[in-house]
Design a protein around this ligand. Sequence first.
Ligand SMILES: *[C@@H]1O[C@H](CO)[C@@H](O)[C@H](O)[C@H]1NC(C)=O
Ligand SMILES: *[C@@H]1O[C@H](CO)[C@@H](O)[C@H](O)[C@H]1NC(C)=O
Ligand SMILES: *[C@@H]1O[C@H](CO)[C@@H](O)[C@H](O)[C@H]1NC(C)=O
Ligand SMILES: *[C@@H]1O[C@H](CO)[C@@H](O)[C@H](O)[C@H]1NC(C)=O
Ligand SMILES: CC(=O)N[C@H]1CO[C@H](CO)[C@@H](O)[C@@H]1O
Length: 398
Amino acid sequence: MHFCKALLFLNLRIALIITLLFGCVAYLYALSTIQHMGPAAVKLTRNVQGTEIGKYSTVTPLATQRRTAVIIVTQMRSGFTFVGEIFNQHPNAFYIFEPLWALENHKNKTYNNPGMQLELLRGVSGCRFEQIKDVMKFYLTTKGLGVMTTCHAVDKMCDGFRDKSANATWPKRCPIPENTLPTVLQSTCEGKQFTAIKTIRLDDIKLLQPMAEEDDLNLKIIQLVRDPRAVIASRLNLSKKNVSVMTVLHDKVNKAEVQELCDWMIRNAELYRNKADWLSGRFAVIRYEDVGMEPIHSMEKLYKFIGVSPKTEVSKWLENHIHAAKRRKDRENPFGTKKDPMKTSNEWRTRLSIRQVNTIQSVCKKAMELFHYQIVETKEELRNTSLNLYGKRYSIIP
Ligand SMILES: *[C@@H]1O[C@H](CO)[C@@H](O)[C@H](O)[C@H]1NC(C)=O
Ligand SMILES: *[C@@H]1O[C@H](CO)[C@@H](O)[C@H](O)[C@H]1NC(C)=O
Ligand SMILES: *[C@@H]1O[C@H](CO)[C@@H](O)[C@H](O)[C@H]1NC(C)=O
Ligand SMILES: *[C@@H]1O[C@H](CO)[C@@H](O)[C@H](O)[C@H]1NC(C)=O
Ligand SMILES: CC(=O)N[C@H]1CO[C@H](CO)[C@@H](O)[C@@H]1O
């Protein structure tokens, strides 16, 4: 019995020694393998914190952890609601629209300036909210926008706080205390793969240059443009349900408004056309009319451009939305019918007079040439929708 115990004890010791020996050999082998992975591997691991702490661990480089933020700029009545929505529908998006509205409408009138605009967009893009908590609080709780129910990530965030009683006032629909708001927003934002912001209130994308040069941000900018004749036609009668040529005819086109619209189109596309370094790989421009022809393809290209894979939720939503828009003959959606894909794009041609069209065309000559919007000379050309004014595409998505 005693002998057996001694033997067992001995065996255990031997086993321990063998295990240790194997461990040492395995460790040395692993060490030599890692050292023989070449300079790339060493450089890669050294990037971590700039020291050699992580030398023998396999860690992905920090570069891949740059946050993607896409800023979508467009103008009022350009019919691009769905472009914001294709990002809102992504389960991994932190999507918000019109944050600049909050600066414009904040009770502190000093807020509405380019410096604050940059600070706000920067904060939202990079998930840093401490400096902008005052504006964010106003933005999230104001009735005017309804952000807390329409933007999915924000909606979910507010859900844990809101007063669900039927008579809850607007501030109670997202009553996150101001002192915790920055951290709650930050964790919501960081919990999502990317940020998407849509706005009609950015005059000049040049404002975004400092964001493009930030090391930890992967900034993408999408400019959405639409035929100015269609935009103006749409704006002329926001309040009219039953629109016909006769009713619109008498509305004067506001030249200053048209000028502003077309200047904006040119100003924001020109930096890219002049090959501004900081925009390289970061800028895309799409025409409403081109999206109308190929909505699914456009969505896929936009996602490819920002480097995020579109989930099935997005394509499903878009397909349903296209069908619904076609059924409703929704004027503000670019999607035509099967029989006439350009139908919605051409609608303005039955609603504006040739005089109105001439006014817009003379003010917008340069912008229309740039984006390949074909000019009409006569009333016959204007009304004859067999004449395609959008045959030459323009959209650029790198
Ligand atoms: C408005 O904001 C500025 C900073 O942008 C601040 O200095 C000023 O005190 C604020 N005014 C009011 C009335 O809160
Ligand atoms: C909401 O309505 C309930 C009864 O319907 C009432 O007791 C409560 O005071 C109301 N709350 C507010 C904030 O008005
Ligand atoms: C719309 O306008 C047309 C012509 O102007 C008119 O005949 C028609 O009754 C109107 N429809 C409605 C619903 O008002
Ligand atoms: C309408 O435009 C098409 C295409 O340019 C042309 O073939 C046709 O003759 C035009 N119709 C009329 C009535 O001008
Ligand atoms: C911008 C514009 O001129 N809108 C007009 C549209 O039609 C209504 C009447 O229904 C006018 O009051 C608006 O001025």
